[in-house]
Write a protein that binds this ligand. Structure first.
Ligand SMILES: Cc1ncc(COP(=O)(O)O)c(C=O)c1O
Length: 448
């Protein structure tokens, strides 16, 4: 009997014992093709020698040193590397151990920035519906994951201010172009700022490419440019959550560079450590850094393991490998290949409503009727059925429910490692397609 409280305590998951490339093996030597990097984490596969050797070396020299007393060469080198990769004005970094911690750090630093500059009336963060920014109280208070917020609602901050997501498949009107749609939903930010009072707003928080909640939502062209303009006009900070979509997942190291903008803060996690170590980074602009440096001179946020020496060593090896093996190009090539093959195999499937994505970050949304876009009956829990059938077929994929509004809709997310090739793409498409058919057959039999 397990002593762990597993995610679903009535079902202890299989025990994984080894990983090779994109494949994971359980204790019975059953093989699983990881098509989602766990949770968009494992971007180099499971046994890349570079981070393994970096961990071994750093553990031998100095595993841990507290950031109140010392810095380390690995943390300094990683910070320099990220500052080099990040476009202006981003140029200083705080290292944390996970996405939620790094989002909390961003929110607190954003408030600290205005405290330092004397604009203490600023207190609101605006986010988007169907967003997820982490599971801690602060991050849940700001994000909009309906199911994860629900049990804690009475304890969350009641100042929850949201605008629409950028979700053209569901919300673009028939009589508007994609560009007009993007501008319309971006303009909701201006309306919200004016409603709350421009001098009360700290910033706008969004995933550059929406992830787990709605099943991959890339912004339409022009949307983030208009968002940036509005933030500049009202002097509020643009905070982009690239915990899931950053670190190369969409084909550029930072996804927002594809939208020709730069935020005041960007947050990386997941792929930054590629699963070899838990690590996250909150990267901020020179202006924010200067306000702290020249103001109180103290970062009013800390965690015990920030800047952990082994985690930084592993992450540096991951980032260097992404560069030295030219993996961003492979993400772009195989991303196009995967989405094209999914569209060709599943595009006419009567229960596949939309296949969307950027790079190797791809979502498939399911429907009961392709024309009306009517979702499947939520009672079928199609996403859970699909996950189970995919596992039975030796495929790991990240499924979710509530894609439309937190309750209705089902999707699956694919986020395989950056090292995949044509043969692995074909295997993902074949196993995904089989698993969808098996799952449809299962819910149809239940309904009959
Ligand atoms: C976009 C986004 N932000 C924040 C988080 C929180 O990260 P973590 O689970 O590492 O705390 C997640 C996790 O899935 C995420 O997808």
């Amino acid at each position: 009997m397990t002593k762990i409280i597993h995610r679903h305590p009535i079902h202890t998951p299989p025990t994984a014992i080894r990983g090779e490339g994109v494949y994971v093996y359980d204790e019975n030597n059953r093989q699983y093709l990881d098509a989602c990097g766990g949770a968009a984490v494992s971007c180099l596969g499971y046994n890349h020698p570079a981070p393994i050797e970096a961990i071994r070396k750093q553990a031998t020299e100095l595993a841990y040193i507290h950031s109140e007393f010392f810095t380390s060469f690995t943390a300094e080198s990683l910070a320099e590397k990220l500052a080099d990769l990040a476009p202006a004005p981003l140029d200083h970094v705080v290292f944390l151990s996970g996405g939620s911690e790094a989002m909390e750090t961003a929110f607190k630093l954003a408030r600290q920035y205005f405290v330092e500059t004397g604009e203490t009336s600023r207190k609101f963060l605006i986010s988007r519906r169907q967003s997820f920014h982490g599971n801690t109280f602060g991050a849940l208070s700001i994000g909009s994951h309906v199911a994860r917020r629900k049990p804690y609602l009475p304890m969350l901050n009641s100042d929850h201010h949201t605008i629409a997501p950028c979700f053209p498949y569901r919300e673009q009107r028939e009589n508007e172009s994609t560009h007009e749609y993007g501008i319309r939903v971006a303009n909701e930010l201006e309306e919200k700022i004016l409603e709350l009072g421009a001098d009360k707003v700290i910033g706008f928080v969004a995933e550059t490419v929406g992830g787990a909640t709605a099943g991959v939502l890339p912004p339409v062209p022009g949307y983030l440019k208009r968002i940036r303009e509005i933030c500049d006009q009202y002097g509020i900070l643009l905070i982009l959550d690239e915990v899931m979509c950053g670190s190369g997942r969409t084909g550029t190291f930072f996804s927002f560079t594809q939208d020709d903008i730069a935020p005041d803060m960007v947050i990386l996690a997941k792929g930054l450590g590629a699963g070899y170590q838990p690590i996250a980074a909150t990267i901020v602009s020179q202006t924010i850094y200067q306000a702290v440096h020249g103001g109180s001179g103290a970062l009013m946020q800390s965690h015990t393991y920030m800047g952990h020496a082994i985690a930084c060593a592993a992450s540096l090896a991951v980032v260097n490998t992404i560069e030295s093996e030219n993996l961003l190009e492979n993400v772009r090539i195989q991303g196009k290949n995967l989405i094209a093959k999914l569209r060709s195999e599943l595009g006419s499937h009567s229960n596949v409503g939309d296949i969307r994505g950027r790079g190797l970050f791809i979502g498939i949304e399911f429907v009961s009727d392709k024309t009306s876009k009517e979702p499947l009956d939520p009672n079928f829990l199609f996403h859970s059925v699909l996950k189970r059938n995919a596992e039975r077929n030796g495929l790991m994929c990240y499924t979710g429910g509530g894609s439309i509004d937190g309750v209705r809709g089902n999707h699956v997310m694919l986020a395989p490692a950056f090292i995949i090739n044509d043969a692995i793409v074909d295997e993902i498409v074949e196993k995904m397609s089989q698993s969808i058919d098996d799952s449809m057959a299962e819910i149809t039999a239940v309904a009959a």
